[in-house]
Every structure is written in structure tokens, then in C-alpha cells.
Design a protein around this ligand. Sequence first.
Ligand code: HEC
Length: 72
Amino acid sequence: MLPEAGSPTAMLYKSRCGQCHAPYNPRSMTAAMWEIQVNAMQDRIRRAGLPPLDGADRKAILDYLTRNAGAE
Ligand code: HEC
């Protein structure tokens, strides 16, 4: 079960980051790792021909991942 399940942000995360693989649990990585992963995934999304995350969606998703991130 994802943190904040059912919230608009968790749903946004699931729809944008669960298209190619099951959405990873935010707790599985640290905040610093999430920043790297989201940037890497933007590249994947673009190369797959999917609409890239706009600034607001990227920020909402990264904020969601970092506030629920795991410890070191
Ligand atoms: C266009 C398809 C696609 C979308 C959309 C996508 N991913 Fe991925 N993701 C992949 C592929 C392919 C891999 C495995 C290869 C790799 O690591 O690059 C992967 C791997 C990962 C991994 C594991 C990397 C590792 O080092 O173990 C994480 C974490 C991840 N994705 C997070 C995300 C997040 C967060 C989003 C939303 C911003 C997202 N993904 C959206 C295709 C996608």
C-alpha cells in the first residue's frame, strides 16, 4: 500500500510512475536517491514518447516521494 493512499498526489504518482512498472514504494529510497531517479525517469518517459512531467507534476511527485522517503 502506498503512503497517503487515495490522496490526489498518491494517485498522480501511481498514474505517472506506474505505467511501465509497478510504482515503487517511496520508503524504498532516500530523498536524495529520489531526486536522481525522477530525473532518470523523465528521460525514460521522453524516450518512450509519453508526455514528460510538467513542472507542477514533477514537483508534486518529488515532494511526495521525499516526504515519504526512507532513511539512509
Ligand atoms: C516510460 C516508462 C517508465 C515510466 C513512465 C517510469 N519508469 Fe521507472 N523505470 C523504467 C524502466 C525501463 C526501468 C528499469 C531500467 C532503469 O533502471 O532505468 C525503471 C526503473 C525504475 C526504478 C529502479 C531503478 C533502480 O536503480 O533500481 C525506480 C525507482 C523508478 N523506475 C522510479 C520511477 C518513478 C519515480 C517514475 C515517475 C516519475 C517512473 N519510474 C516512471 C521505466 C519507466
